[in-house]
Design a binder for this molecule. Structure first.
Ligand code: ATP
Ligand code: MG
Length: 362
């Protein structure tokens, strides 16, 4: 005779593939009914659309049927967890990351950071986004530099307002790249005078409440350095990669390494180092001038210390600066001056395995 008790015991053998614990102790089994020879089981998941669903469904069916020969059918229904249920689950598992809407997708989250300010992070972020887009990837940019936002200007969309409909925020889009920035929510050049918890809440909302649609890459333009904001981001972004931008100067490089070492201690994976403003080619004599010093070896050493590759070297180009100031980044207008970004985009795809389209675990 099929019994509920046997079904519950069988469910104790089914593991959540991401959290590594069984469904019963995680509190994910919400209801069990046995009607004749059928078992009806309700399971709550953090993300209802999670592709791991089918794995859980198969495992539940197999274990329950094996446990009770009196059963001929197992019907599993799924629903999303309520916020309270998610909080309880987080307490049980110690999983303190933000609820990541990309966790069960193939979207790669790439944080673009630097040790020192002004080394070209935002410029790299925007040009890399358009270079990836030109290679066929769907890309979004989240501007996490809340105090010093610059992405709207770089993309030439300052002053535009994101559409908000049915509690969803729709990112601003230009030439196929989506973007969200605090800069598009405030008037003119007003300063953002918010403190830590509010900023953390804002970034979580940008991840959770923005209707990004399907993305292959979400690039996050980080504030410079290893301050509070960068730390919060690094600790709470689940399964993201970090790309470090540096100039060749030793001062920039040493803090860049510090950022990379910090990432290692948090949940970010180092994806590589980019040398920006590596050299300047004289238009008259075609000679390369290493205005910030020969950095190639030092950048290679820094990357080796972090156990990653150098993703590329971007020259100092007045067209890069001018195009960025005008909201016409070279990679958007497909200028030959964007070649370095295209090359870096290709390497980044290799490193992050986006070509393989494997779902991310969190
Ligand atoms: N390869 C380059 N050639 C010429 N100018 C560049 C290059 N990369 C960036 N710049 C210029 O350097 C300045 C700083 O770049 P950017 O704002 O991207 O740096 P950042 O690291 O994001 O700065 P912050 O730390 O303030 O956020 C900008 O004026 C930009 O146009
Ligand atoms: Mg910046």
């Amino acid at each position: 005779m099929a019994g509920k008790e046997t079904v519950w015991q069988a469910l104790e053998k089914v593991m959540d593939p991401e959290l590594g614990k069984d469904l019963v102790s995680l509190g994910m089994v919400k209801d069990v009914k046995v009607e004749g020879t059928s078992a009806l089981i309700e399971v709550a998941l953090t993300t209802p659309a999670c592709p791991l669903r089918s794995k859980i469904k198969e495992d539940v069916e197999r274990e329950v049927l094996a446990a009770d020969p009196g059963l001929t059918r197992v019907a599993v229904t799924f629903r999303g967890m309520t916020d309270d249920e998610k909080t309880t689950l987080a307490q049980k598992t110690g999983h303190t990351g933000w609820n990541n809407p990309f966790a069960c997708t193939t979207t790669r989250i790439i944080a673009v950071g630097s040790g020192k300010g002004g080394v070209g992070k935002s410029t790299v972020t925007v040009n890399l986004a358009y270079a990836l887009n030109a290679q066929g990837y769907r890309v979004g940019i989240l501007d996490a530099d809340v105090y010093g936002f610059s992405i709207p200007g770089l993309m030439g969309v300052s002053g535009q307002r994101p559409v908000i409909r049915d509690k969803s925020v729709y990112p601003i889009e230009r030439e196929g790249v989506k973007m969200i920035s605090i800069g598009n929510f405030i008037e003119g050049n007003q300063p953002v005078a918010w403190r830590g918890p509010m900023l953390s809440g804002l970034l979580e909302q940008f991840l959770r409440d923005v209707s990004w649609g399907s993305l292959d890459y979400l690039l996050i333009d980080m504030p410079p350095g290893t301050g509070d904001m960068a730390l919060t981001l690094m600790q709470r972004l689940p399964e993201a990669y970090l790309v470090i931008v540096t100039t060749p100067q030793p001062a920039a490089l040493s803090v860049a390494v510090r950022l990379g070492l910090l990432a290692r201690e948090s949940k970010l994976k180092n994806a590589g180092v980019i040398e920006n403003m590596a050299y300047f080619t004289c238009e008259n004599c075609s000679h390369r001038h290493y205005i910030f010093g020969h950095g190639e070896q030092a950048v290679a050493d820094a990357a080796a210390e972090l156990g990653v590759a150098v993703l590329g070297h971007i020259p100092f180009e007045s067209e890069i600066r001018h195009g960025s100031d005008m909201g016409q980044p070279p990679a958007l207008i497909r200028s030959p001056k964007a070649d370095a970004y295209s090359e870096i985009a290709r390497r980044l795809v290799e490193v992050t395995g986006q070509g393989r389209k494997k779902p991310l675990a969190h």
